[in-house]
Design a protein around this ligand. Sequence first.
Ligand code: KIV
Ligand code: ZN
Length: 515
Amino acid sequence: MADRVYIFDTTLRDGEQSPGASMNTEEKLEIARQLVRLGVDVIEAGFPISSPGDFESVRRIGAEVGDAVVVCGLSRAIAKDIEVAAEALATAKRPRIHTGIGVSESHLRDKLRITREEALERAVAAVKLARSFVDDVEFYAEDAGRAEPEFLYRMVEAAIKAGATVVNIPDTTGYAYPEVFGELIRGLMEHVEGIEDVIVSVHCHNDLGMATANALAGVRAGARQVECTINGIGERAGNTALEEVVMALKQRRDVFGVETGINTREIMRTSRLVSSITGIRVQPNKAIVGANAFAHSSGIHQDGVLKERTTYEIIDPAEVGAGASRIVLTARSGRHALRHRLEELGFELRDDEFERVYQAFLEVADKKKEVYDEDLEAIVGESERTLDETYHLQQVHVSCGEPGIPTATVELVARDGRHLIDSSHGNGPVDAVYNAISRIVQVPNDLTEFSVQSVTRGIDAIGEVTIRVRAEDGQVFTGRGAHPDIIVASAKAYTNALNRLLAAQSQKRTVEEEL
Ligand code: KIV
Ligand code: ZN
């Protein structure tokens, strides 16, 4: 069996340190329940001495989760912190106290203002005190990423001798890069006495965008616990993203040779829950959980994915609970993607029909960022309507405003190829367009109904216009037109109604002649 890497989730502690992410106890409980479903090994539920709310959250989560996971409370290497953490963890079946102290020169000199020897003493005392309350004590060497390796070895060795069961090597400031961080962990594995009896943990921050890469380098070097947060939230630029590290370990088991206990199908649900509770939105291009993580936009990629998903996708979206791959129809989509989607929508088109729809699709896609299914339905409907036209709308131009006289110029192409242009004014732009078309077509009729509705969402949605006209003999004809510009849609709808009227009249004439 492959080695197990433990997943330590700190969404409720370090994640909550993201500006604006504070959560109340009920919200933390909801996330904790989901983290259990996700299968994390440790939940860092809070920093009990920091606030009554944190104390209560650690206490309630400890009581709630039973023995499903280890529940951890943070403390500094200060007796009072540790005592309060122990008190909050009294409800937990599997409690862990997380305690530690800075190890870099910067932290010792400028923050703690103590010597290395004093830091060692405080670390040992903290671990011993924590061990007097619980059997499971994790020691963190804060800012290890910037520490001198030899001093870090001494500190970690002292913590292990004092009773630490897990040693956490944080890159607190996100300063490390993978080779160096991996070397640091390798150095600990080689030089620290007793290291083989404890779990080495990595806790990386993302200030240079390398948190996941650094954590993975740590695993390659022997770390067997990764500290992370859902969606990578956390102090400043955040922490290692749980979903990234878990999927990297799973997807590249050939490289890492380890496994986690995470039920990856719960990843998306957990991501959405954390995002909705904290109000921190996930960037669309975020690995694994971003809205575009499984969306394909370019024609070349869409063609590949439709032939075989794995040509452009290394993870099956279903594996992380993200449904299916998404083909986004845009101006860059090719014929293959469009035909595939039309077939999914139930449109079986001949090649010549498809070509007309494709050209209409490109026109719409040029105006819109994304073409939705409803747009496609309107495009196909529009294309069907332009078959066997007596008049085809070639162009329409309007000028209107206040003050001003709404005026329209229209060009229609007749079936025999003549280009007919006329202009008119009206009460508004649509009226002016109708008057201009009427001057060209010259078929008496009354407009009895006009309605416009948006086919999709957004300001750039396609508008669909439906009109009814009554011919001199009382027959009513419906016309439809769809276009992102509702004036153009109106012109198309009117032309469509007149074409139907003319087709009916010519059919009537043929029947009368035959009789
Ligand atoms: O980043 C850090 O060093 C921490 C410690 C408290 C573990 O969050
Ligand atoms: Zn941190």
